[in-house]
Design a protein around this ligand. Structure first.
Ligand SMILES: Nc1ncnc2c1ncn2[C@@H]1O[C@H](COP(=O)(O)OP(=O)(O)OP(=O)(O)O)[C@@H](O)[C@H]1O
Length: 760
């Protein structure tokens, strides 16, 4: 490679230093213990916390709890005698992506790879600790094998005799790709022994013993199974991310365990007498382990040292003002000078991703013919699942893949082929603007990442071989980063969570949480729920609120569906809500064809605003879909700047909503035909908190706050003034913009208030 300083990048002084990310390391006497036992420290499992390892203030106190656990080189099969071996429940399945023959080269290679993971040598010791303790905190470097191996070790050890093993993930893409990988390792078809569950998508069966699921899904499962009795072991992975749902899960697991393991002592020692005891494993690469340990009655902390492959890290010599430009230069630097290997670029959001993708594709076309092709892929939350999954497809020959991703690719996942990571050091984070804006809303803000994120991002290289990470920020900037981010529970709207908790008979204020949200955020969520008619004047859940919680939707949209029963327009409301709940936008914006886009969109435009414009597009697509073949349908969508994937995803979502509606007696075929007002009124019940009234000066002021909002220029109502509006959300840039806007009769607010009084 050419001297990196040529591109403004500084090489770390030496390899050792390049790896000197501040991992919690073993303390001196732990090192001695491991040495004394002739065990390579790199691969040992040693219990100790980060504080101990750094000789922190708690070092002395912690030493008391330390009992070193060494890696054993015992054959992996030994444990399987304890319980139902995975092979018992393995059925041979033959399909394209299913298992290979047990003695195939592919299967052998996968098993060899498993055996070489750092965690493999500590398997026996790890299982023994999990057997002894009700709660185990497991810290391990990225790539040590925690997420894929620990569930399999537990399964094969028989520790999960009475139920399934849940492995929770903050993100959909991680849950599904991990399940796929572990199914390959177990040589089973996905959905049998190994399955997954994410919102609007599940692959599991009565055979499933290891289930990867998002933290949101398991929190929903609490509603039908408050003791999570289907699970023997719950593994909370990437706990350091402290998502709102992970925090709610962690709190609930504590109370569930107290009920299911009644005689378990305060130190969390296992209770062999309980009929269906629960084991909890909290895992992360970068975790404030002591905090989790304290929360779970000083639970044991174990540490897996070592990663399979080294990652060399470069920091830029000076800070990069334009991170997308710096990312592009670095990408072509790699492409020109470096050996084969795919590249993963971390960017804050969709806009940066799309603009950089265009630039990279443009420049790649100008490269000399003898250079490998460049293939770009994108990964971001608002993009449809199957599109995100394209990043996992094998790279064609003589091609370098460049994946542009947000932090959805940051943790847990292994993207085959990735050797290089470019980290811009930026991310988008949800922030609840409770005080700033008066009304209170979630918004996404671009900010610097934390050290944990930087380490996770670097960890995406070096999964299959040695990797390289280029940080587009200085080493000083890295050193000054916060260690971890603020828990989501302290910075997000709590409306959906409080509703779900109410269904469990819980009040957020009374929950034993690791960090408590402030009262202002709680009261804002309660106010919204009251407005939706989900709780009464005494903050008790109403019958309508219970129904709303059954839908895997934002409470606002769930409320609109429930309200549509009264107005006899459920069919239309389901059409709209399904589109709004899909992961990608329906209307595609192509900046260099703006005039054509505006012109074409006019065909669907509805005078009342964006919601009925969506409905018009759905109706038009349905007609085309009924009359034309797949190809013609796709072409029609392309011509009309509509995202067909959104239609297809919305169709699946709608099917699920239909099931819930039917369960609670809502007629899904009830239609208002061409009368639009009932549809708007139904939506109005959900979005009453997201409403604003026209002021004499032509601006709109929130009905529930003091904030002045502008109609987003992309809205069909951008150039029209109406007395009152409802909107899907607010976007905060230099102004506060309302998006997804519809006109609503002012008189509606009176009806809404009266209806709410009736419910209360
Ligand atoms: N889908 C996959 N394809 C190929 N190899 C994989 C895949 N998933 C995992 N691996 C291999 O297994 C190793 C361990 O992955 P695993 O996710 O268990 O690590 P981890 O310790 O949980 O790391 P992280 O915290 O980064 O998720 C990877 O480094 C990679 O070598």
């Amino acid at each position: 490679m050419r001297d990196p300083s040529y591109y403004g990048l500084k090489t770390e002084k030496n390899h050792k230093r390049a790896k000197s990310i501040p991992w919690p390391d073993v303390s001196d006497d732990d090192k001695d213990k491991t040495k004394g036992n002739g065990v390579k420290r790199k691969n040992s499992i040693v219990n100790g916390s980060s504080d101990q390892s750094r000789g922190g203030q708690n070092g002395h106190k912690n030493k008391k709890r330390r009992s070193s656990v060494h890696n054993g080189d015992t054959p992996q099969s030994k444990d399987s005698a304890h319980g139902p071996s995975s092979s018992q429940s393995k059925r041979p399945h033959v399909n394209g992506s299913g298992p290979s023959t047990p003695h195939s080269a592919k299967f052998k290679a996968v098993q060899e790879q498993r055996a070489q993971l750092p965690i493999a040598k500590g398997r026996e010791a790890l299982i023994e600790e999990i057997r002894k303790n009700d709660v185990t905190i497991l810290l391990g470097e990225t790539g040590s094998g925690k997420t894929t191996q620990v569930p399999q070790y537990i399964l094969e050890s028989g520790l999960a005799r009475n139920g399934m093993i849940a492995v929770t993930q903050p993100r959909k893409v991680a849950a599904t790709s991990l399940a796929q990988r572990v199914a390959v390792e177990q040589n089973v078809s996905l959905g049998d022994l190994v399955g997954y569950a994410v919102r609007f998508d599940e692959k599991s069966s009565t055979e499933t013993r290891i289930k990867y699921l998002t933290d949101g899904m398991i929190v929903r499962e609490l509603m039908s199974d408050p003791l999570l009795s289907h699970y023997s072991v719950v593994i909370v992975d990437e706990a350091h991310e402290r998502t709102l749902r992970t925090d709610l899960l962690i709190a609930n697991l504590k109370t569930i365990q107290a009920k299911r393991n009644p005689k378990s002592d305060a130190k969390g020692k296992g209770n062999a007498d309980a009929s269906n005891p629960l084991k909890i494993v909290i895992m992360s690469a970068t975790l404030d382990a002591e905090k989790f340990s304290r929360f779970y009655h000083n639970a044991k902390i174990l540490y897996v040292k070592g990663r399979q492959h080294p990652v060399k890290i470069y920091h830029s010599a000076e800070s990069q003002l334009d991170y997308t430009d710096a990312a592009m230069r670095t990408f072509f630097q790699i492409h020109t000078d470096q050996p084969p290997g795919d590249v993963l670029i971390f960017l804050p959001g969709q806009e940066d991703i799309e603009s950089l993708q265009k630039s990279i594709e443009l420049y790649a076309r100008q490269l000399p013919r003898d250079k490998p092709e460049v293939l770009t892929c994108t990964m971001f939350a608002a993009q449809e699942h199957s599109q995100n999954n394209k990043a996992f497809a094998p790279t064609p020959p003589n091609t370098r893949k460049c994946i542009l991703a947000t932090n959805i690719a940051e943790t847990s996942i292994t993207i085959p082929g990735i050797k290089y990571v470019i980290d811009t050091g930026k991310c988008k984070e949800k922030q609840y603007l409770a005080r700033t804006a008066g009304g209170g809303f979630d918004t996404l803000l671009t900010r610097d990442i934390t050290k944990s994120s930087a380490m996770q991002r670097a960890g995406r290289a070096g999964r299959e071989g040695a990797g390289v990470c280029f940080r587009l920020y200085t080493e000083d900037a890295f050193n000054n980063m916060a260690v971890a981010g603020e828990p989501e529970i302290l910075r997000c709207s709590l409306t959906a969570s409080i509703l779900n908790l109410k269904c469990l008979g819980q009040n957020l204020e009374e929950l034993d949480l690791m960090d408590k949200p402030d009262l202002e955020t709680i009261s804002s969520a309660l106010k919204t729920l009251w407005l939706l008619g989900a709780i009464d004047n005494n903050q008790k859940l109403t019958a309508a609120g219970r129904q709303m919680a059954l839908f895997p939707l934002e409470p606002q949209y769930a409320c609109a569906v429930v309200a549509s029963k009264e107005y006899g327009c459920t069919s239309e409301v389901l059409d709209i809500v399904s589109i709004l709940s899909a992961s990608s936008k329906l209307f595609v914006d192509i900046s260099d064809q703006r005039d054509a886009v505006t012109e074409t969109r006019r065909k669907f435009k509805h005078s009342s605003g964006d919601h009925l414009t969506v409905l018009n597009a759905v109706r038009a697509y349905r007609e085309i879909a009924a009359a034309e073949n797949k190809h013609a349908r796709r072409e029609w969508c392309r011509k009309h700047f509509l995202n067909e994937r959104t239609f297809l995803e919305a169709r699946d979502i709608r099917e699920q909503l239909v099931v819930t509606c039917t369960k609670i007696g809502i007629d899904v075929n009830a239609s208002a035909k061409d009368n639009d007002e009932p549809v708007i009124r139904s939506l109005g019940h959900g979005l009453a908190g997201n409403s604003a009234l026209l002021q004499p000066d032509g601006t709109y002021k929130q009905t529930m706050g003091q904030t002045i909002v502008k109609v987003h220029p992309g809205s069909t109502l951008a150039d029209k003034k109406v007395p009152a509006i409802i909107y899907d959300d607010l976007m905060y840039t230099n102004q506060i913009y309302a998006r997804g806007v519809s006109a609503i009769p002012k008189s509606f607010f009176l009806t809404h208030a009266l209806l709410n009084q009736k419910k209360a």
